[in-house]
Each structure stands twice: as C-alpha cells, then as structure tokens.
Design a protein. Structure first.
Length: 136
C-alpha cells in the first residue's frame, strides 16, 4: 500500500491507496482514449481490484458532475448495471445480498465478484467516454 502526502498552501492531504500513481495515470490514459479497462483485473490481487473499482467509480462521478453540473444523477451510471439481486439469481448464489452489494465476495468467491466488477468497469468506462463526448 502506498501512502501519499501532499501539502499545498497549508492544506495536507493524505490518501492510502493500493494502486500506484503510475497505474492510475495509465488507467486514465486508457479511459480517455475510449478503451476498456476490465482486462486489468486479471493482473490485480483482490485488494487492488476493489481499489480499481473505487477509483473508477470516483472518476466517473467526478466527470459526470463536471460535464452535467447540477443535472448529474448517479442513477445514470447505476441503472445500466445489473442489480445485485438479479446478478445473484443469475449466478445461483446463496450468499446474503449484502455480500454482493459490498465487496465481501471478492475473497470468498473471487471469480464471481470479478465477473460482476468487470461488468461495472465496462459500464463506467463507457459512461466516462459518453460524458467526455458531451463536453467536446
């Protein structure tokens, strides 16, 4: 895990991150060129997969807010995703629903969790590209 401390005009920002700065820049490069990033999951450990999902979610929301302003609604992103209850049903999963909604399954059922996260990453990547196309 990498801890970054940045000081600017007496403001200190500390963030704990698993993905390195260079990995995040590479991911943004791929996204800004309209390329999928879900294949990156195959190279990452479980903690990094969760960090990647969180990073892409934050960037998708940030770009949505920048391009849509007050009209932005997070539902624009999530409505494209398979609801957790439906995903569990399709996978014949018997775990509690909150396992699928959170990140608990990544350790107990990594193949299933990664499949769901790949879908989400592809949707978020497409959404980012769509948002960036609005702003051209």
């Amino acid at each position: 895990m990498e801890t970054t401390t940045s000081t600017n005009n007496d403001i200190t920002l500390e963030t704990d991150t698993i993905l390195s700065f260079s990995q995040k820049v590479h991911i943004l490069f791929l996204l800004f060129h309209g390329l999928k990033i879900s294949h990156l999951l195959d190279e990452l450990d479980n903690s990094s997969v969760i960090d990647l999902q969180r990073f892409i979610w934050e960037k998708t929301v940030e770009i949505g807010i920048k391009t849509h302003g007050k009209n932005f609604n997070r539902d624009e992103i999530t409505r494209k995703m398979t609801p957790s209850a439906e995903y569990q049903r399709l996978q014949n999963c018997t775990e509690p629903l909150y396992y699928c909604k959170g990140t608990a399954c990544i350790n107990s059922h990594p193949h299933c969790a990664r499949k769901k996260i790949k879908e989400h990453l592809d949707i978020m990547a497409d959404t980012i590209w769509e948002y960036l196309s609005y702003d051209v």
